[in-house]
Design a protein around this ligand. Structure first.
Ligand SMILES: CC(=O)N[C@H]1[C@@H](OP(=O)(O)OP(=O)(O)OC[C@H]2O[C@@H](n3ccc(=O)[nH]c3=O)[C@H](O)[C@@H]2O)O[C@H](CO)[C@@H](O)[C@@H]1O
Ligand SMILES: C=C(OP(=O)(O)O)C(=O)O
Length: 416
């Protein structure tokens, strides 16, 4: 199992190119199931989750061609309407094949994803929404069996805002008969990116980027070309890294208009930023200032950045409070950060952090994707050597993170 070895205390200096967003690429790849035409996707990141998704899609009969960051999909010969447990268990986003398969082929069999380190993460809203569109759904032996010769438009209000739930229902509704209204829809930029692709494929969607999506179903979708949106979470993760280590970096190929909540907090920390249309220069000197925040849906502060900001807070000059409102168990990094000398106490969904002057390197264990990223940041800020075990979590969602960080001066190596 690969590990990362980090010798902390190095300032970061140089350029980093941000990759395409994992959370946009995954649903967008699933949209390949909706058409018999060619889908040509660029800016697709090199991630373990993308590999898993392509493997899952290929076993349905979807043709996959990949060269660098470009992926061409063709769905003219799909013959297996199934997502097996073996693949779904390693990546929850596999649930995103359910809506497209059902809408285009009238049936699908998809393994229930089950819980994971950050919470129980049910998919009841995906199921209820598809039932509202006319699907007959049964759950047996850990699998969701969905059937409906032709979905019919409906008005659906999910009980909470769900990102992949919105995406699944949105994709299904594009091929349903008549009008579908999705209320309480997620407004995350990755949902918008998917919606824009669907429109390029011939879908009729109003209200893109808002909490109310109105979809007029069409009989079929055609092929399209699309560039996956830049990863705002990767960008903000590197900004947290420089806030923790000090230095002067430039992020390229980033979308600065979708980073507001994170940029506001980074300014509060003391990071000086020169924000262009697709690049950010960030400089940091001195000790970070503590920041308190509560995670919420977009455009609020993203739960996927909670752990990385907590890493910065551990060495800030003062105390802070971090509240996690999206997932019930997303503080797995706390114990590991405390092993590095941080002073964090949790009380339900709130973490109280008393900044220490210096963290000290230690062996730690990654527990989930963003927890892994936060330990990388903490390790880079710590004195001495930190060894991070179980970094397969990191590889799920960061495109060669250690390579990008070494290029800007971090002392970080992968140990096979
Ligand atoms: C691949 C992808 O895009 N992953 C993102 C997506 O995950 P994902 O789409 O799985 O997260 P959701 O937005 O669905 O989850 C939000 C909350 O709703 C709950 N819920 C959701 C659906 C449902 O049917 N029932 C239910 O109870 C979840 O347990 C959670 O507490 O959004 C999360 C919240 O921004 C991000 O952290 C993930 O990085
Ligand atoms: C929780 C995340 O991803 P996923 O929904 O794919 O588990 C994440 O990207 O931080």
């Amino acid at each position: 199992m690969d590990k990362l070895q980090i010798v902390g205390g190095k300032r970061l200096n140089g350029d980093i190119t941000i990759s395409g967003a994992k959370n946009a690429a995954l649903p967008i790849l699933c949209a390949g199931l909706l058409t018999a035409g060619d889908l040509e996707l660029s800016n697709v990141p090199h991630l373990h989750d993308v590999k898993t998704m392509l493997k899952l899609l290929a076993q349905t009969g979807l043709k996959v061609q990949q060269e660098g960051e470009t992926v061409i999909l063709n769905g003219s010969a799909i013959d297996t309407l199934e997502a097996p447990y073996e693949m779904v268990k390693t990546m929850r986003a596999s649930i995103l094949v359910l809506g497209p398969l059902l809408a285009r082929f009238g049936e699908a069999k998809v393994s229930l994803p089950g819980g994971c380190a950050i919470g129980s993460r049910p998919v009841d809203q995906h199921i209820l929404g598809l039932e509202a569109l006319g699907a007959e759904i049964t759950i047996e032996g850990g699998y969701i069996y969905a059937k409906c010769p032709k979905l019919k438009g409906a008005s659906i209000r999910t009980e909470m805002i769900t990102v992949t739930g919105t995406e699944n229902l949105l994709m299904a509704a594009t091929l349903a008969e008549g009008e579908t209204i999705l209320e309480n829809a997620a407004q995350e930029p990755e949902v918008t990116d998917l919606a824009n692709l669907l429109v390029a494929m011939g879908a009729k969607i109003d209200g893109i980027g808002t909490g109310r999506l109105v979809i007029q179903g069409v009989p079929a979708l055609h092929g399209a070309k699309h560039a996956v949106i830049s990863d705002r979470i990767e960008a903000a993760t590197f900004l947290c890294a420089v806030a923790a280590t000090g230095g002067d970096i430039i992020l390229r190929n980033t979308r600065t208009d979708i980073l507001d909540a994170a940029l506001d907090k980074l300014r509060e920390i003391g990071l000086i930023m020169d924000v262009g249309a697709d690049s950010i220069r960030a400089t940091m000197d001195g000790r970070p200032r503590p920041v308190s925040f509560s995670t919420t849906e977009y455009p609020g502060f993203p739960t996927d950045m909670q752990a990385q900001f907590m890493a910065v807070n551990t060495i800030a000059g003062g105390t802070s409070e971090v509240k996690e409102t999206i997932f019930e168990n997303r503080f797995m990094h706390v114990q590991e950060m405390n092993r590095l000398g941080a002073h964090i106490r949790t009380d339900g969904n709130t973490a109280h952090i008393a900044g220490v002057f210096r963290l000290r390197g230690a062996p730690v264990m990654a527990t989930d994707l963003r927890a892994s990223a936060s330990l990388v940041i903490a390790g880079m800020a710590a004195e001495g050597t930190t060894l991070i075990d179980r970094i397969y979590h990191l590889d799920r969602g960061y495109d060669r993170m250690e390579v990008k960080l070494s290029q800007v001066g971090a002392d970080i190596v992968r140990i096979k």
